[in-house]
Design a protein around this ligand. Structure first.
Ligand code: URA
Length: 251
């Protein structure tokens, strides 16, 4: 940590508690800075300060980078491509330490998180944590209510049954339909394979949400830093302390 930071933000970034819960801990006198109880909500933490909660030291949050990209079509989700294709690495030029969390196909656009926080990336990708991902799919043909039901119940794929998806139908026409599909698994080409299995090839696919991160109006090829609120929401995916001694989170 290289700069002073508000105490509640310090605790949230360190994975101890949400900012709101941190304020409650502070107000309850459970937090100390350099041995003195810190009861003022606006208290700042200096880089050399020692923060404790209930007497236990809290490791200062690391200076990590968290970026949201709108991955364009025709770009490979990797930092370097031996075949010389365009990569997401080229779009985050100058931040060589970050890497993509999961992957989007060459022909899929949309929300992609890049970070140098290996621990968080691991947790977000772990099937046990099942982060929800929403995709807007433009598909060939008219989607029937029965096909919607099959998607919601779970489609049988060659590598096993896909868990039921949340489905929101936005448009149904004879030649093409538009659907929002939310899944929590992350199998290879899963959304494309789900629609292929019910006889509707995907014409265009965009990920509009990754967990708490929404693509919004971020233009294709652009990258932005996550907001404090988004970071806090992602931190909730860290494991509770009983299973992981490396994290500080309090319940
Ligand atoms: N499902 C797909 O089929 N492709 C992606 O890029 C992501 C999910």
């Amino acid at each position: 940590m290289q700069q002073s930071i508000r105490l509640n933000k310090f605790l949230a970034r360190a994975g101890v508690a949400s900012r709101r819960h941190a304020d409650e801990l502070i107000a309850a006198g459970r937090v100390s800075i350099d041995g003195k109880a810190a009861r003022e909500l606006g208290t700042m933490v200096e880089p050399a300060s020692e923060v404790r909660v209930d007497g236990a030291p809290v490791a200062p949050p690391e200076e990590l980078t968290y970026l949201l990209m709108n991955k364009p079509l025709g770009v490979v989700t990797t930092m370097h491509d031996p075949q010389g294709r365009r990569t997401v690495g080229q779009l985050v030029n100058g931040r060589p330490r970050v890497f993509p969390v999961g992957r989007l196909d060459y022909a899929t656009a949309g929300a992609l998180l890049l970070t140098d926080d290996g621990e968080l990336a691991h947790r977000l990708l772990h099937p046990r944590f099942g982060v929800d991902k929403t995709y807007r799919a433009e598909i060939g043909g008219r989607l029937s209510p029965d096909e919607v039901r099959r998607l919601m119940e779970g489609i049988s794929l060659e590598d096993g049954r896909a868990a039921g998806a949340k489905v929101r139908v936005l448009a149904v026409r004879r030649e093409r339909s538009v659907v929002d599909v939310t899944i929590h698994e992350g199998r290879n080409r899963q959304v494309r394979r789900m629609f292929e299995a019910i006889g509707h090839p995907i014409l265009a696919l965009t990920r509009t949400r990754f967990g708490p991160l929404r693509l919004g109006s971020l233009p294709a090829g652009h990258v932005r830093a996550l907001t404090e609120k988004e970071l806090e929401a992602l931190q909730r995916h860290r494991r509770p302390p009983a299973q992981s001694p490396r994290t500080n989170r309090l319940r």
